[in-house]
Design a protein around this ligand. Structure first.
Ligand SMILES: [Mn+2]
Length: 330
């Protein structure tokens, strides 16, 4: 469902509210933070009282940079401070969830308890799944590149003059989620980038925000070197059993594997906690990732998906995956 088709409903809910709380997914990245702050800026222009809920205690480097640069400019609270900031009349409080629609992935699950379902909005570009949250309004567009692209659309719809700093921040979310305009990019994505850049977004500053940690990069490359190629077209890479990886890093590795000749699908298997094995899968279109990962308890869409398996091992999960892939080929 595209934002533009729901813009009236969206505006109605915003207009009714006095105090608006914004919350994105756990392990904030620049799409989650950029869209949150962009929306915060829009709502402030509409004279709303805004709060950004962040419970994470550790952040990736780009997120840390932005939060430091904006220190004191935003009302940032933890979920245990929601109650004291609620508007006196329940119905005038609104919660907007960005860049996720899953219960277990939001910054703070307890935040949900303070809001009636009717007074929540979800703006997201991920597929719906079994644990997707109900909301008074769900705007889920799984064809759009990023939540930051959705926010750019809102900025245009509301004709909001954006400061170059915010334009840059929102552009960085688009650059991150499209992996430099190589994934999920179409004319509308380029248009959003054009729009932000015409409002002063700096690509140099985007590069600064997206600078990554060299050690993390090296760890990702190590996983890529530990790759098996099935039937010359399915790449399966595995992490070290002695290391815990961030889920977004596994997704990045799976994305990268699709850049190579003949690879139609890619899977990355690694530990995401001490007793959880995570798989991230990507496809060029011939293989359906959601259906391949569903016997493993995972989900997603044709082109991308993930699964988490508790109390198993990397090699057990690999064997299961290979069995499923064999059946697919029969
Ligand atoms: Mn995103």
């Amino acid at each position: 469902m595209k934002l533009i088709e729901k813009k009236k409903e969206f505006k109605k809910k915003i207009t009714k509210s006095k105090t608006i709380f914004i919350m994105a997914h756990k392990d904030l990245d620049l799409d989650a933070l950029g869209s949150s702050i962009g929306l915060y800026f829009i709502l402030e222009k509409l004279n709303k009282n805004c709060f950004l809920i962040i419970n994470d205690t550790k952040h990736e480097s780009g997120v840390t940079k932005v939060l430091q640069e904006l220190e004191g400019c935003l009302n940032i609270i933890k979920s245990n401070q929601i109650e004291e900031n609620l508007y006196i009349r329940d119905k005038k409080n609104l919660l907007i969830i960005l860049d996720t629609n899953k219960k277990e992935l939001v910054q703070a699950g307890d935040a949900l308890d303070y809001f009636e379902i009717e007074n929540t909005i979800i703006l997201d570009h991920h597929d719906l799944g079994e644990t997707s949250l109900e909301a008074g309004l769900r705007i889920i567009d799984n064809e759009i590149s990023s939540t930051c692209e959705m926010i750019t659309n809102l900025i245009e719809i509301y004709n909001i003059e954006l400061d170059p700093y915010y334009s840059t921040l929102i552009l960085s979310g688009i650059v991150l989620d499209t992996n430099n305009f190589t994934l999920k990019t179409n004319s509308e994505t380029y248009y959003a980038a054009y729009y932000l850049s015409s409002m002063g977004a700096s690509t140099k500053k985007v590069q600064y925000l997206l600078k990554q940690d060299l050690k993390d990069y090296i760890e990702r490359q190590k996983v890529i070197t530990n790759v098996d190629i099935l039937d010359k077209r399915i790449a399966i890479a595995k992490g070290s059993p002695y290391m815990i990886y961030r889920r977004e890093d596994l997704a990045k590795i799976a994305d990268t594997l699709l850049f190579f000749n003949d690879i139609e699908a890619s899977f990355v298997i690694a530990k995401s906690t001490s007793n959880t094995i995570a798989i991230s899968g990507r496809s060029m279109g011939k293989y359906n990732i959601a259906s391949i990962l569903s016997p493993l308890g995972g989900g997603g869409s044709n082109l991308s998906g993930a699964a988490r398996i508790t109390d198993s091992t990397i090699s057990k999960v690999e064997t299961k995956l290979k069995t499923i892939l064999k059946k697919e080929d029969e």
